[in-house]
Design a protein around this ligand. Structure first.
Ligand code: GLU
Length: 447
């Protein structure tokens, strides 16, 4: 059960067990349940980084809370004529640097604490790559795998209608996340536009290209992950040749990251998905696997790799591990067993704060989520810019701009880490908090 509370990590109950010396100053004791609470994971790093920054206590307090949290209950007529009521959230964490920005996810285990955490991660992520957005996230508790297209469309449209006064190109701009896609964004854009009486394509990003989407957006998160891998290798004096990669998750982020890394010459030795895992020491033919999945509907049964246990696979020796699925994949329960040199977080929140400390003692070079997966929102920013000027770039232009922003963000983060003698994750938080605190101070208080 998620702990749906807004109390900052510092004042959370000190139930028992988990000693976390790295975070000792802000979260000395944590139960496993707390460790796996995403809001707790966010708050622990935030408090630690804020302390390092010597952050003004007032700004600290402001940034510890989301600006706005909306809960909606959405009645939907199901295909069999019955009515279901779904619960949805939209949390806007900060609008200090610009309109709120962030995806919408559909999953059975969505919770307010998760959406809160994801919204604040969007604030930090946009600040790390220095794009003019705040952070938001949305989610609906539902099981999209069990719903028809018609049911998904009706639920999406009603959710959009419930949020109509809170979203907009200058207010809050949704995008795809887990189990949502270009089609979902097209429905949101259409519903919003019908309410406004005009086509407003800048209200969402990650749309189909034919409706004002950006070329390169679909692949952008995976592409950004690959740029981070390139940069990390250069930084550590390693080479692509002989660099073995394991990718956990084969959705939009994982499959594109694997495909682009494969193209660049990395050896993808392992791939896991929710229903199975594949391993081939010589390297998996990623384009072949993508074709196989299109036909078979699963990665299982792919002839040119051995089928293995997915939890065990991520602990196998490799140079780079890319968790690209969901939260809490690397925890105090398995961090000790990881055998990668670099952890490049394609997912949001795959590592708990307790695991951070273990990774640090193992000298694993971490590319934290708010840096490593920022390629998606960066291309979303490009989409929003293109929609607002009505002039569209080529894919090469998008990719070139994306690579430039991601590379600069990498340098900013490792530079911060070196200067302040902290790990990359805390460096990314410090950089982001510093930027958001600056605009918050500059704007001043409206009272
Ligand atoms: N859902 C993606 C993320 O977590 C993209 C958000 C966006 O493009 O606004 O970064």
């Amino acid at each position: 059960m998620a702990i749906e509370s807004l109390i900052p990590a510092t004042s959370r109950s000190n139930e028992k067990e988990q000693r976390n010396t790295y975070m000792a100053t802000v979260a000395p004791v944590m139960s496993l349940e707390q460790e796996k609470n995403p809001w707790q994971a966010q708050a622990t790093r935030f408090d630690f980084a804020a302390k390092k920054l010597n952050l003004d206590p007032g700004i600290w307090k402001i940034l510890s809370y989301p600006t706005r949290e909306i809960i909606v209950h959405i009645p939907v007529q199901m295909d069999d004529g019955s009515i279901e009521v779904f619960t949805g959230y939209r949390v806007q964490h900060s609008i200090s640097r610009g309109p709120a920005k962030g995806g919408i996810r559909y999953a059975p285990d969505v919770s307010l604490d998760e959406v809160r955490a994801l919204a604040s991660w969007m604030t930090w992520k946009c600040a790390v790559v220095n794009i003019p957005f705040g952070g938001a996230k949305g989610g609906i508790i539902c099981d999209p795998k069990k719903m028809s297209q018609g049911e998904l469309e009706r639920m999406t449209r009603r959710y959009t209608a419930s949020l109509i006064e809170f979203i907009g190109p200058e207010k809050d701009v949704p995008a795809p996340d887990m189990n949502t896609n270009e089609q979902t964004m097209a429905w949101i854009m259409d519903t919003y536009s019908m309410h406004m009486g005009q086509t407003c394509n800048a209200v969402v990003t990650g749309k189909p290209v034919s409706l004002g989407g950006s070329k390169g957006r679909r692949e952008a998160t995976g592409r950004g992950v690959s740029v981070m891998c390139d940069e990390a290798l250069k930084y550590l004096g390693m080479t692509i040749e002989g660099c073995r990669v394991i990718v956990q998750g084969f959705g939009n982020v994982g499959s594109n990251a694997a495909a682009i890394l494969y193209q660049k010459g990395y050896t993808i030795i392992g791939i896991t998905e929710w229903d199975g895992a594949l391993y081939n020491e010589q390297g998996i033919d990623v384009p072949g696997l993508i074709e196989h999945r299109k036909l078979a509907g699963t990665i299982n049964g792919f002839a040119k790799a051995e089928s293995v246990d997915k939890d065990e696979l991520i602990t196998r020796r490799c140079e780079i591990l890319v968790p690209a699925a969901t939260e809490n994949v690397i925890t105090s329960e398995n961090a000790d067993r990881l055998r990668c040199r670099i952890l490049c977080e394609g997912a949001n929140g795959p590592t708990t704060s307790v695991a951070d400390e273990i990774l640090e003692t193992k000298n694993i070079f971490v590319m934290p989520d708010i840096l490593a997966n920022a390629g998606g929102v960066t291309a979303s920013y490009f989409e929003w810019v293109q929609d607002r000027m009505g002039y569209f770039w080529t894919e090469a232009e998008v990719n070139q701009r994306l690579d430039a922003i991601m590379t600069e963000a990498f340098r900013d983060v490792v530079g911060y880490a070196e200067t302040h003698k902290v790990n990359n994750r805390i460096a990314a938080y410090m950089l982001a908090i510093d930027r958001v605190a600056y605009t918050t101070k500059q704007r001043g208080m409206y009272a």
